[in-house]
Design a protein around this ligand. Structure first.
Ligand code: PDD
Length: 276
């Protein structure tokens, strides 16, 4: 297995993470999860744009351009073979004596690798269950930051309650989930939270928006409340690994009749065509 380490393809034993790396102390870095279908990066450009946006937001400058990085990622994906998986990439501000201030001279540290991840075929048919929790994260959720403590705590709380995802609520309104965006369908209209600092602008969400527009399904980013979530005709979450995933039960209560809805299934078919 090969790794992308500071711009070079290397074996695992060549990776050396300093004990002073700021990712380790402060979570001072950002990441991306790219999907690989049959050996090829899916929606690569959208992920790259978001990665560079996250870097700008936390004031890290890479020594490579977007197209140079793209070349490296594709070389890494080539070593993975024609399988389904993910490419995980993270960049930290680098290693420097511990101080809250940005170091004067640290070089960013980049690590990437591929991992086999199968499509969740069975769950896509059956749907998943979720619970609702308060959104206790910060006000810059549009940055794909390595700081995921609030997300991991909420995800574990969902797991402990026997659910697969936690839907997060801020001031009575639904934002997103611990590692996915969330949408509802009400009277044939898809509703989701507007982009901005309270959610991550998911790449899968962008694909769904395009699919909805192509299929003539109304798509609104006006957001929705917890009450509207509980009274929705359909609920689904979207992410790089979950794709268009139906949610069939929330807080132990069935979503409508408790089976994946028709618009969700239509979007799933459209999504499959894109990756096929
Ligand atoms: N998570 N919202 C949050 C908080 C996320 O962490 C993710 C993705 C999404 C969906 O984004 P996308 O469609 O671009 O994957 C929304 C990734 C998969 C992760 O952390 O593993």
């Amino acid at each position: 297995m090969m790794f992308l380490w500071n711009g070079r393809l290397v074996q695992e034993n060549e990776i050396q993470v300093s004990y002073l790396d700021r990712g380790y102390y402060f979570g001072d870095g950002i990441y991306e999860v790219f999907r690989i279908y049959n050996g090829r990066l899916f929606e690569e450009q959208a992920h790259l744009s978001r990665l560079f946006k996250s870097l700008r937001e936390i004031r890290i400058t890479l020594p490579w351009s977007e197209s140079e990085l793209s070349g490296m990622l594709n070389s890494l994906a080539d070593t993975f073979g024609e399988k389904d998986g993910i490419l995980y990439l993270q960049i930290t501000r680098g290693a420097a004596k511990r101080s809250h201030l940005f170091p004067a001279s640290a070089e960013p540290v980049m690590l990437g690798y591929c991992e086999e991840v199968a499509r969740p075929v069975e769950q896509l048919k059956q749907g998943i269950t979720a619970i609702t929790l308060d959104d206790e994260r910060w006000n810059k959720c549009h940055i794909k930051s390595l700081n995921l403590l609030a997300n991991t705590l909420a995800r574990q709380e969902a797991e402990d309650a026997g659910a697969q995802e936690a839907i997060l609520i801020r001031d009575g309104r639904v934002t997103e989930c611990t590692a996915s965006n969330v949408m509802i369908v009400k009277k044939g209209v898809i509703l989701t939270h507007p982009n901005g600092p309270l959610i991550l602008d998911g790449i899968t969400k962008q694909v769904v928006e395009r699919l909805a527009k192509q299929s003539g399904i109304p798509y609104r980013t006006t957001g929705f409340t917890l009450e509207e979530l509980m009274e929705a005709d359909e609920v689904f979450v979207t992410s790089t690994t979950k794709e268009v995933m139906p949610v069939t039960m929330i807080n132990g209560i069935k979503v409508c009749s408790g089976i994946p809805g028709v618009i969700t299934q239509l979007l799933q078919q459209g999504f499959e065509q894109k990756i096929g």
